[in-house]
Design a protein around this ligand. Structure first.
Ligand code: BES
Ligand code: ZN
Ligand code: MN
Length: 491
């Protein structure tokens, strides 16, 4: 089914920022200089003048000094030298990008620190590029442009910086892709379109891509995905991706993403308010899985990774799933659908079962799953739950490295009873409380005890404001987390 409305096609983020490591800025029209609170001087103008101009070197503070014919200098407050970590570096580069929005050629002088220079470089690229990147339909917005970035440091550091730049560029490209996919309206980025994008970009990134359509989903018995798609004129799509490293994989991992291209709630129709106008981003999990996987080859991942993007929209219509209907999931589990708006767990369940059949070492799923998670953690922290301490530990470590914060909630089996149905194996909804936990308990029913973790990004997929590497709007959250996790995963 194609749309009657003249929607422009989804376009890939094409602009390629040029980044280099240099001893002295050459192209830049604005140069960021990091100022620590425990250094006596402020470069260029001295501490006294800086404070007259209202600049104190605390994190986030910036001061733009006009340069005449020379490039403008941007003072970047950094707080205590000892507090400099990768998140701080990322945020300094982001602060530079925001302080001089009209400048498209930037440079930043990278201070010496205990941190590995390659990681510092990657973080600086991520911060500057992602702080500038706003998804915009049709045309690229001028103020989002960044043409070149020079990382300035002494000769001895340039090789390490160059290695980090390459990595940073891959991470940025992936996160931008997720922002674009999540930002594209549901009427435009249909499940069919997701399949097309996956074939186009996935193949180019060295992935095996299988676009599984409706007939094949029927054969596979994917009653969750098929059930949710019943109300829609758009056919569902499951995209199965596989990354194979060269040689024997060090471990085998499955990633599962919720790909609801638009969540109207089904017959349990959502209200027409601002928050529900963001439900085009209900495929951010699938976007993050896909975009993360496009980075694995270039970054030399040694694990095999299988990805599942479970794509459909969740629409009300005469053919929609009814409240009280029973569906049969892959593997035969029957589910009584109490609420058609608890659709994410239904589409995810089929993929979790398929992942267990691949006998992977671990499964990680990521989904904009519950409004309760947004209420619990707000928009800056994602919830995680799981059945395995080692996997949760690896996720938390990755989360800290990429500055995509997660916090663990208990997979509290004491609430499992809330999912008991009298006429089927499970209900798709628990009681009114602990909604994020009961959603995770539902997913847990389908992982067959394989080490598994679930990331609920209902709060973090969308940001209400600019903040560090994040911009107002779709954040691309989870992309860099999954990349880091997959690279460092050990079974
Ligand atoms: N996609 C939503 C979750 C969501 C809500 C994300 C608000 C971001 C902001 C999900 O499909 C949903 O509707 N969940 C329901 C589950 C409930 C019916 C058990 C919810 O959280 O209200
Ligand atoms: Zn949803
Ligand atoms: Mn829903």
């Amino acid at each position: 089914m194609t749309h009657k409305a003249p929607y422009p096609p989804f376009e890939l983020p094409v602009r390629r920022l040029s980044v280099g490591a240099v001893e002295a800025a050459a192209e830049a029209t604005a140069v960021g200089v990091v100022v620590f609170a425990d250094d006596d001087d402020v470069p260029g103008i001295g501490a006294a003048r800086a404070s007259e101009l209202g600049f104190t070197p605390k994190p986030g503070a910036t001061l733009v000094l006009a340069g005449g014919d020379a490039p403008v200098t941007v003072l970047l407050g950094a707080g205590q030298r000892s507090a400099l970590d990768l998140a701080a570096v990322r945020n300094l580069a982001a602060a530079l990008a925001r302080a001089v929005p009209a400048h498209t050629h930037l440079a930043i002088e990278l201070p010496l620190s205990e941190l590995a220079d390659s990681e510092v470089a990657a973080a600086a690229v991520e911060g500057a590029a992602l702080a500038r990147y706003v998804y915009r339909i049709g045309a690229e917005s001028d103020d989002a442009r960044l043409d070149s970035l020079e990382l300035v440091a002494g000769q001895a550091r340039l090789d390490d910086l160059a290695a980090g730049i390459a990595r940073g560029e891959v991470l940025v490209r992936a996160a931008k892709l997720t922002r674009d996919l999540a930002g594209t309206p549901g009427g435009m980025l249909t499940p069919t379109q997701v399949g097309r994008v996956a074939l186009e970009i996935g193949a180019a990134a060295g992935l095996e891509v299988e676009v599984v359509g409706e007939d094949e989903l029927v054969e596979l018995g994917c009653g969750g995905l098929l059930g949710v798609s019943l109300g829609s004129e758009e056919p569902p799509v499951m995209v199965k991706l596989r990354y194979r490293p060269e040689g024997t994989p060090s471990g085998r991992l499955a990633l599962v993403g919720k790909g609801i291209t638009y969540d109207a709630g089904g017959l349990a129709l959502k209200p027409g308010d601002e928050i529900h106008a963001t439900m085009k981003n209900d495929m951010t999990g699938a976007g993050a899985v896909f975009a993360a996987m496009t980075a694995l080859k270039e970054l030399g991942c040694t694990n095999e990774v299988i990805g599942y993007l479970m794509c459909t929209d969740n629409m009300p219509s005469g053919s929609a799933l009814r409240l009280g209907d029973i569906i049969v999931m892959r593997g035969g589990t029957t589910v009584e659908v109490i609420n058609t708006d608890a659709e994410g767990r239904l589409v995810m369940a089929d993929a979790l079962v398929l992942a267990t059949e691949e006998k992977v070492d671990a499964i990680v799923d990521i989904a904009t799953l519950t409004g309760a998670c947004l209420r619990t953690f707000g928009t800056e922290i994602a919830g995680v739950m799981g059945n395995n301490e080692a996997i949760l530990g690896q996720l938390k470590a990755a989360s800290a490295r990429v500055d995509e914060p997660v916090w663990e909630l208990p997979l509290a089996h004491r609430y499992r009873g809330e999912l008991t149905s009298t006429i089927a194996d499970l209900r798709n909804m628990g009681g009114v409380n602990a909604g994020s936990i009961t959603a995770a308990l539902f997913l847990n029913e389908f992982v067959a005890g394989i080490p598994w973790a679930h990331i609920d990004i209902a709060g973090t997929a969308q940001s209400p404001a600019d903040r560090g590497w994040i911009n107002k709007g779709t954040t691309g959250w989870g992309t860099r987390l999954l990349i880091d996790f997959a690279l460092n995963f050990s079974a």
